[in-house]
Every structure is written in C-alpha cells, then in structure tokens.
Write a protein that binds this ligand. Structure first.
Ligand code: M7G
Length: 327
C-alpha cells in the first residue's frame, strides 16, 4: 500500500486537474438570485422517475459552461397540509364517475424546485451529468495500481469543496456533528443533493479530517477506529437531530467515488437514493467486517463496479486488460 505522503497532491498539481476552477471567472454563486445571465444549451440527461433534468447552459460574461441540475422537491407532511388547506387552484383534466384528474397550482413557496449549479463546469462535470451507457469493470489490485492511480493523477475532480467544509470556510452553519480528532475525526454535513428538510430523502456526508485517504482502496485494519467512530457518532448525531434511528440508516461508501477524499454516505433506507445499487455502494459495516477478518482486504480484493462506456478510464482499462466486459 502506498504511504500517506503519496496521497497528498501538491496544491499546484491539484490546480491543474481537469476540474480546477481557476479560470479567472468571478464566482457566479455570489449573490445569484435568478437565471438572467443563463442561456439554455442542451439537455444532458432527463429522468422522469426521479423527476430530474440536467442541463448545460452558457453564462453571460463567461467562456465556461454551467451545469444546471433541476429536481422537483419531495413532498413533506407539512407541504401536503398546506397544499390542501391554502390557496391551491385546480384545473380539471377530466372526471369519470368517482374519479377526477387535475393539475394543481399550489402557492409559490410550495412549488420550489431544487437547483444545483456547477460553474465553471468542466468536461468531466458535463460527462458526470450526461446520459450514458455503462460497462462492468473488475478492478484487480494490479489494475488499480497501474491504471487507476495513474488516471487519477491526470483526471480527478478537485476536492477543494471538501477542504472548505473541513476548514470551516463553507457550509459551517450546516454542520450536524464534528469530531476534530486528526486521526479518527470527521465532519457530518447534509449532502448537496438533500434539501435538508424531507426526512424521507435524508442524505448526509461524513468527511474524514485525515488527509491522504482517497477511497476504500486505501483502508486497512489500522483505520478501524476511524470507521467505527464515523459509524457510531454519525448515527448518534442523526438520531439526535432528525429522530431517525441507526436501524433506518443506510451507511456506505461509493467505489468508485467521484471525489477521492474518503467520505461516508448516510441515507434513509426509505429513500431510493442515487448510487445505492450493487456495483457502487459498499456498506460501512461490511467494510469494517472485511477489515476485521483480513487487515489488508482492500489492497487484495478485486472490486467490481460500473463505469460509463465513454469514460476515458474505460479505454485505459480495456487496453491494460481483458477484465472489461460489456454489460
Ligand atoms: P461520491 O461518491 O464521491 O460521488 O460522493 P457521487 O455520489 O456524486 O458520484 C460525493 C457526495 O458529495 C455526493 O453525494 C455529492 O452530492 C456530495 N457533494 C458534492 N459536492 C460538490 C458537495 C458540496 O459542495 N457540499 C456538500 N455538502 N456535498 C457535496
């Protein structure tokens, strides 16, 4: 296994990675109140089941595109009550016997759409939000070392947003729980994908304070105290703040993750969150158990996952081995 020192990317090198936001553009998020500066470019992906739409847009005064991700917000009990008891207007489509179909127009504040904007968006962001076919990859330890680690040097998402949270420069008021211990500590915050309100779609992230742990591939039995701490304190904090017990929480890693700074996803089991499927999610409890049984499990295991067919990594893996097969 490589040492922690290997894992620290120098600042200058990170700034050169594909999604560096050092483009010289002003921070669009400062005081953004409407879409006046945005122009529709193209639809990247639409998902009628999740009721989401990812768009590419141009932004006045910027040469870089934006990704705009729209998501119809989940209903809450409070919202349902207000829709029924406030001034909602109804337009009837048809009725038949005891059945009626309507379009409802609730009050403006009940009609919110969750909007995520990434600007400047890189080619890697556009690819992440685009419709794509997948292949299955069987990543052996050798492929991880020879292909994936090399690929990450050239093409990894910037994790500056993680450092901003850990160093209390962003999202400070959203922190649900923090353990400042440099070895076993972490920060628990609501995920970017969660509106922070609807418990049915509860989604939080635990970001480890320790630098140099990229993914489950880096974990050994030495990290068990860190992992147990995240599990126990994370679940405890969520139960305290949101009243959701550990038995209703799905606690897991992604492999591969998009962001290579170790983090743990906490979602409600009632919520079919994106990325909980086989080939992506690894329960924290299973990871702990594997490391208890085999201290270097994740340096020896072949890990199987989905990869977009168009991802440049898929090509590199295909060239290096026959271990890539079409799904
Ligand atoms: P991942 O497994 O690395 O990537 O998880 P993926 O699930 O997106 O493929 C990273 C998690 O961090 C995702 O659930 C993101 O929604 C979340 N996330 C990403 N960003 C840029 C932010 C952010 O700025 N703030 C917060 N709170 N969460 C973020």
């Amino acid at each position: 296994m490589s040492s922690d020192a290997d894992h620290h990317e120098p600042e200058a090198k990170r700034a050169k990675t594909e999604d560096s936001n050092n483009t010289g553009d002003a921070d669009i998020h400062l005081d953004l109140k409407d879409f006046a500066k945005f122009k529709f470019g193209e639809v990247l992906k639409e998902d009628p089941v999740r009721k989401t739409l990812a768009l590419k847009a141009t932004v006045d005064g910027s040469t870089d595109p934006a990704v705009v991700f729209l998501e119809k917000s989940a209903f809450t009990e409070e919202c349902g009550k207000k829709i029924l008891e406030s001034d909602t207007t109804l337009k009837q489509t048809f009725h038949n016997d005891i059945y009626g179909s309507y379009t409802g127009f609730p009050q403006q504040e009940l009609n919110g759409v969750k909007v995520t904007i990434i600007h400047p968006a890189t080619g890697k962001h556009i690819a992440k939000f685009s419709a794509k076919e997948s292949i299955i990859v069987n990543e052996t330890p050798q492929l991880y070392k020879d292909v994936l680690l090399e690929h990450l040097k050239e093409s990894a998402f910037n994790v500056q947003w993680v450092y901003n949270i850990l160093e209390h420069r962003s999202e400070q008021e959203r922190i649900v729980c923090e353990d400042a211990d440099p070895e076993t500590g972490f920060v628990l915050v609501p995920d970017l994908k969660w509106d922070g309100e609807s418990l049915e779609s509860l989604y939080l992230q635990a970001l480890v304070h320790r630098r140099g742990l990229r993914s489950i591939r880096d974990l050994t039995a030495d990290h068990l105290p860190l992992l147990r701490n995240i599990h126990d304190k994370g679940c405890e904090a969520i139960e305290k703040k949101y009243g959701v017990p550990a038995s209703e929480l799905r606690v897991y890693f992604h492999y591969q993750p998009s962001y290579y700074h170790l983090h743990v996803h906490f979602t409600s089991v009632q919520f079919d969150a994106p990325g909980t499927h086989v080939g992506k999610a690894h329960f924290l409890s299973t990871v702990i158990n594997n490391l208890e049984l085999v201290p270097d499990y994740y340096q020896r295991a072949t890990l199987t996952y989905y990869l977009p067919r168009s991802d440049p990594l898929a090509d590199k893996l295909r060239r290096a081995t026959d271990g890539v097969s079409a799904e």
